[in-house]
Structure formats: structure tokens, C-alpha cells
Design a protein around this ligand. Structure first.
Ligand code: ADP
Ligand code: MG
Length: 647
């Protein structure tokens, strides 16, 4: 134990930030707001809160450190607990949506930026907190941007509060300007040279990523590989392809240890990326842009960069948000390459052409607030009592158009009245840590007598694409198992409900999950989320009524939140979104994709844009429900335009 403690202590002292500890503490003493800039891995996230704790700041109140990503909040808290020699959840803890791992004792709290926004609504002066560190500020998520403004304001009211804004990129001036010329502390990085090679893909990008990984593994010096891909689906595909290759050529090459890393990956598996590996083996980590700046993994010498990432995007013109695979920015490409040069000289293989980098990629990513749906933010601000959006101190304001659309939708959802004030329903909606459409659906469920059912569906949707799996050699069986839940073409929402209820009937059996090709881990997560939702519903005074057989009632409740997500059949397999007007298709993995003839009217949970734009989680609905449910959103005229004889 002594050895490991000493080892950790030495490790902490060897981080670049350690040289700046005294200077950092001095600057914090002398200034209320400080901007910290330092390379990924320099020790900002794990060390700064510990320095402040050691310096006694936690005697005045706890230290909060925000992270844009759940994974980072959990993993960093776990690491810091080890470094401090305490149990996670005691002195050090984390808070993420649906999971609170803190206690009375907790003085260093890592939390997602979204959770800090919630803390603001329950306790606007955050009086039990002495330091707020807004970490990964360069990511510029919507929540982080709103927090900037809230903490700036709070700092003016509370002279005892310290604010740290930390970033991995060199856009510190902007942060400093915003915070009334706050001083900047720069931690010089320890960066070795990274050779950048370009390889224009001839094949599909995933095949190229596999080929590049194997090429490095077979021809290059020791050192681990980090591959940047867009999301869980691509990561799992590449993982499978790599395992397949390893099976065939395994004996002819060194051991390759493969780890996926994405936001929905269960914690135990995430932690495995840090496991030491056998001496002769090589580790390859298949990651989303989580690994760009928010998690540091030691020992990476090779980076393979797909040049892509998945971003939420929103167009006020079509009034639709979706997850879209897009080019990363030049700044991201540099960050990704930088990950190869942390422990020695490295190589980065970019699976795109130099010309693409120069001419297609933007210099910096547009802040999320300017490219995504801000309905949730507007609701949160309203709940915080902020009404004057024109004069709200945004670092970069959202467009007027997206603001107006957000207000319109909140009005249609019944969250705002015609004067723009929050209604009783609006206040309830703000209590749920969910997309406002989901919150609305939960609240509506009581009226339709099916709160239990809708709660289950909401929980299942929140773990989405990881429920069903389909092993390559047993695809037909898996497909059949899935079809049993979809029997009667009830739609994906009801199918998810049936999955959950059947699992519940087996007393939550893992064996049952295996037999039905369902991920037990995802189901357990759905159960946890459901428990949390149940607490929230009870707190909100919503009656937990149940009526599993009235499928129309369940669908009406879903539509009460998701009425903006209505597709109308245009002709074989092609749909048009009623309000947004763009053409979309049912996701091939949806049970409704194979229903013939195609349902004419559908409600969908979300849009995903890959090669085509797809509706995911789809159920058939009746158009006349629209007039009952969303009379403010769809005018009769609008519906008649599409189907003159319908009404
Ligand atoms: P920064 O926030 O500046 O990017 P961090 O404080 O996150 O840096 O990381 C500092 C060092 O701590 C990293 O170089 C890494 O080696 C180590 N580290 C961070 N998280 C973990 C973890 N979960 N397990 C092992 N080592 C970790
Ligand atoms: Mg960090």
C-alpha cells in the first residue's frame, strides 16, 4: 500500500501543472476569476481541485468542477478518489444525470455542466460552494455557455467565491475578455513531435480505420493506438472487424488488446482503458471525441483520425434537431494528433486528404448554442427566473430565429402561456432532467391513464441503441427474438415497453436477456433510470396510473410531447416531416421499417443523419390526434394542405 501511495504521489508530482502549483494558488488568492490553459494531460482536471482542497478552500465550502461529458465526470472523480486515498462518493464524488455519487462528506464534486445548471435552479447562490471550476471550457457546450453567464453574475454577488475557467486550447483570450479581463495562467505542455500522414480513403472509412490499425500494429514500433470514430455504432463495427482479423492472423502478430470508449459504455468497461497490458502486447482504443481532450490515456503513440464526429445540429429553417456526422474542425484535428505525442514522438494518420484539411474543415467548431436546439436551455433559463434573453450575457448568443422557435415550441407544449410566463406544466417539465418533449410526454401520461407505461418507455429511450444486439452468426435468431416484441406492428415504443415488462416478469433475469438477444447491462440501466423517473414523478405529484392495454392512449401521451416529430408517407418508404418539410426514411433497424403497406402517419423519437436522414424509434399514429393534442402547433389549414379530404 505504501508503495502504491508513493507511486501515485510521484506521478502527481511529475505532471506539468505541479511546477505551477504555488503560482496557481497565489493567482487564485489574488484574483476572483482565473483562466487556466494547458495541454490535455497536464493535470488541470485531476490536480487543481486537490491543490485547492489541500490549501483549505473546502473549509469554506465544496469545490465543484464541471465536465461536459458524463464519462469524464465519473472517470476523473474515480481517479481523484484513488489519488486522495478515499472512497469514491465520500470526500470526492460525482453527479451526472440519473446518478448521484456524493454524500454529506463530499467536498470535491465533479459533475456534468448540465447538473450544475440544475443546482442553480435549486440553489441560485450556491452558498455551500467555495470554488467553481468550469472545466473543458473550450468545448463550449450549451450548458457550459449558460454557466459562464450565471457564474459571472454570481461572482459579482459573492466576493468569497472563486471561479476557474479551464481550457485545453489557446482560445483563452476570449474567456479572459468575457470575464472582465481575468488573468490567464498558461501551463506549457509537454509535447513531443507528431508526424502527420494523410491517407485518402479508397474504401469505406471503417475498413480504412481497421486497415490502418493493423498496418501500424504489424509494421511499427511499440506504442498504443487511439482511433477516433464517430460513435458507438461505428466503434462496435470496427471492434468486431478487428477481432475477426485478430482471430485469423492472431498467431502471426503480437497481441492486440481492443478497448471501445464511448459515452454510453458502462463504467466498469470504461475504466478498463487504463488497465496495464502485458509487455509485448499493444493496446488499441476505439473512441469518440471523448478522448480528444476530456480523458487522457497514457502510452498512446499512434493516432488514427477519421476526421469525423457526431454533433447535434439544429436548423431553425426546418425546426428539426438531429445528430449529424460532420467534419471535425482544424482545431479538433490538431488536438487529436496531439494525443500521439504525450509520452514520446508519435504518428497521426489522417484518413482524409491534406486538401480536405486545408479547405473543407473549419478553423474552430461553432459553439453548440449556435448550432443546436435550445428549447431545453430556454426552459431552464425560464425556470431560473431569467426572462430577458435579449440582455442575457451570452458569450456567443443563439440566433434570434432559434430563440423564437424555442419559445414557440414551449408554448405549444404548454410550458409557457401566451404572455411567455412559465405555466404549472412548464415548471413541472423543468424538474425533469430530460429533453422537454420527453418531460411533456411523461406529464401527459397521467391524463391518459398510463404513467407507468410511458415512464418505462422514457427510460428505455434514454438508453436507446444498446438494447438489442445481433451477433453475426446468430443474426436470424436475434432478428426473430426482436420481432416477437414487435408483434402486431405495434411500433418501436410499445416494443420497448414489452421488452421491459417481459424482463420484469422474469424478475429481471440476465438469462432471459441472453435468450432474447438483449443487453442485460442496458436493461439494468433502464431500470435505474426508471427508478429515478419514478421518484421525480412522485415528487411532482403525478399519479402513477397504469393501463398497459390501451395502446392508443400510450401513443397519445407520446404524441403530447413529440407532436413536432410527425412523418407523413409520401410514396414507398419515403416520409416527409409535417412541419420541417424535409424528406426522411424509417431507420432500417426500426420494427416499422418492414411493415407493408407503409404506415401513413408516424411519430418518431429522433432523427439521425448518416448517409440518409432516418427517423429512429417510430410508431404509427392517427392524424386526428394532432388536432386534439397540438391545436396551437398545427393549424387545421396546415393539415388540410397535405390531406384535403382527411379532416
Ligand atoms: P488535464 O485535465 O489537464 O487534461 P488530467 O488532470 O485529466 O489532465 O490528467 C492528468 C494525468 O492523470 C493524465 O496524464 C493521466 O495520466 C492521469 N489520469 C487521469 N485520469 C486517470 C485515470 N482514470 N486512470 C489513470 N490515470 C489517469
Ligand atoms: Mg481535463
Amino acid at each position: 500500500d505504501y508503495v502504491s501511495k508513493k507511486h501515485i504521489g510521484d506521478g502527481r508530482k511529475s505532471l506539468p501543472i505541479y511546477q505551477f502549483k504555488d503560482k496557481l494558488l497565489q493567482m487564485i488568492r489574488d484574483n476572483q476569476v482565473l483562466v487556466i490553459v494547458g495541454e490535455t494531460g497536464s493535470g488541470k482536471t485531476t490536480q487543481v481541485p486537490q491543490y485547492l482542497h489541500e490549501a483549505g478552500y473546502t473549509k469554506q465550502g465544496k469545490i465543484i468542477c464541471t465536465q461536459p461529458r458524463r464519462v469524464a465526470a465519473m472517470s476523473v472523480a474515480a481517479r481523484v478518489a484513488v489519488e486522495m486515498g478515499v472512497k469514491l462518493g465520500h470526500e470526492v464524488g460525482f453527479k451526472i444525470r440519473f446518478e448521484d455519487c456524493t454524500s454529506e462528506k463530499t467536498v470535491v464534486e465533479y459533475m456534468t455542466d448540465g447538473m450544475l445548471l440544475r443546482e442553480f435552479s435549486s440553489q441560485p447562490d450556491l452558498k455551500n460552494c467555495s470554488v467553481i471550476m468550469v472545466d473543458e471550457a473550450h468545448e463550449r457546450t450549451v450548458s457550459t455557455d449558460i454557466i459562464f453567464s450565471l457564474v459571472k453574475d454570481l461572482a459579482r454577488q459573492r466576493s468569497d467565491l472563486k471561479l476557474l475557467i479551464s481550457s485545453a486550447t489557446l482560445d483563452a483570450e476570449k474567456f479572459s475578455d468575457y470575464f472582465d479581463c481575468a488573468p490567464i495562467l498558461e501551463i506549457p505542455g509537454r509535447q513531443y513531435p507528431v508526424d502527420i500522414l494523410y491517407k485518402q480513403p479508397v474504401d469505406e472509412i471503417l475498413e480504412e480505420a481497421v486497415a490502418a490499425t493493423l498496418h501500424i500494429h504489424v509494421t511499427q514500433q511499440p506504442g498504443d493506438i487511439l482511433v477516433f470514430l464517430t460513435g458507438q455504432e461505428d466503434i462496435e463495427t470496427v471492434e468486431e472487424m478487428l477481432r475477426e482479423k485478430v482471430k485469423h492472423y492472431g498467431s502471426k502478430m503480437g497481441e492486440l488488446i481492443i478497448h471501445p470508449l464511448f459515452a454510453n459504455l458502462p463504467t466498469e468497461l470504461q475504466a478498463r482503458i487504463f488497465d496495464p497490458i502485458p509487455e509485448k502486447a499493444r493496446k488499441v482504443i476505439l473512441a469518440t471525441n471523448i478522448a480528444e481532450t476530456s480523458l487522457t490515456i497514457e502510452g498512446i503513440r499512434y493516432v488514427i483520425d477519421s476526421g469525423l464526429c457526431k454533433l447535434s445540429s439544429y436548423s431553425p429553417r426546418t425546426d428539426m434537431g438531429s445528430l449529424q456526422v460532420t467534419d471535425i474542425s482544424k482545431a479538433s484535428a490538431m488536438q487529436r494528433a496531439g494525443r500521439a505525442g504525450r509520452t514520446g514522438p508519435g504518428k497521426c494518420i489522417r484518413l482524409y486528404a491534406p486538401d480536405h484539411f486545408q479547405n473543407q474543415m473549419e478553423d474552430n467548431c461553432v459553439p453548440e448554442i449556435q448550432r443546436s436546439d435550445i428549447v431545453s436551455v430556454v426552459l431552464t433559463l425560464k425556470a431560473l427566473g431569467i426572462n430577458d434573453f435579449k440582455n442575457f450575457d451570452f458569450m456567443d448568443p443563439p440566433s434570434d430565429e432559434s430563440m423564437i422557435k424555442a419559445l414557440e415550441l414551449l408554448y405549444a407544449l404548454g410550458a409557457l402561456n401566451s404572455k411567455g410566463d412559465l405555466t404549472r406544466i412548464g415548471k413541472l417539465m423543468a424538474e425533469f432532467p430530460l429533453d422537454p418533449k420527453l418531460s411533456r410526454m411523461l406529464i401527459a401520461a397521467e391524463k391518459y391513464g398510463c404513467a407507468e407505461e410511458v415512464m418505462t418507455i422514457a427510460a428505455m429511450l434514454s438508453v436507446d441503441n444498446a438494447i438489442f444486439y445481433s451477433p453475426k452468426n446468430l443474426q436470424a435468431m436475434a432478428e426473430n427474438a426482436k420481432k416477437r416484441f414487435e408483434d402486431g406492428d405495434v411500433g418501436d415504443h410499445i416494443a420497448l415497453l414489452r421488452v421491459y415488462n417481459s424482463w420484469k416478469e422474469t424478475d429481471f433475469s440476465s438469462g432471459w436477456c441472453r435468450e432474447n438477444f438483449i443487453q442485460a447491462r442496458s436493461m439494468k440501466r433502464a431500470r435505474d433510470v426508471r427508478d429515478q423517473l419514478m421518484n421525480l414523478m412522485e415528487k411532482a405529484g403525478i399519479e402513477l396510473n397504469s393501463n398497459p392495454n390501451d395502446l392508443d392512449a400510450i401513443k397519445k401521451a407520446i404524441m403530447s410531447g413529440f407532436f413536432p416529430h410527425i412523418g407523413i408517407l409520401q410514396g414507398s418508404g419515403s416520409y416527409r416531416i409535417l412541419k420541417g418539410l424535409q424528406n426522411v426514411q424509417i431507420h432500417p433497424k426500426s420494427g416499422m421499417a418492414r411493415v407493408q403497406p407503409n404506415p401513413r402517419w408516424v411519430v418518431f423519437h429522433e432523427l439521425v443523419l448518416t448517409r440518409k436522414e432516418y427517423m429512429r424509434h417510430v410508431s404509427e399514429v392517427k392524424p386526428k390526434w394532432l388536432l386534439e393534442i397540438a391545436p396551437h402547433y398545427y393549424e387545421r389549414k396546415e393539415l388540410e394542405k397535405f390531406f384535403p379530404r382527411l379532416l
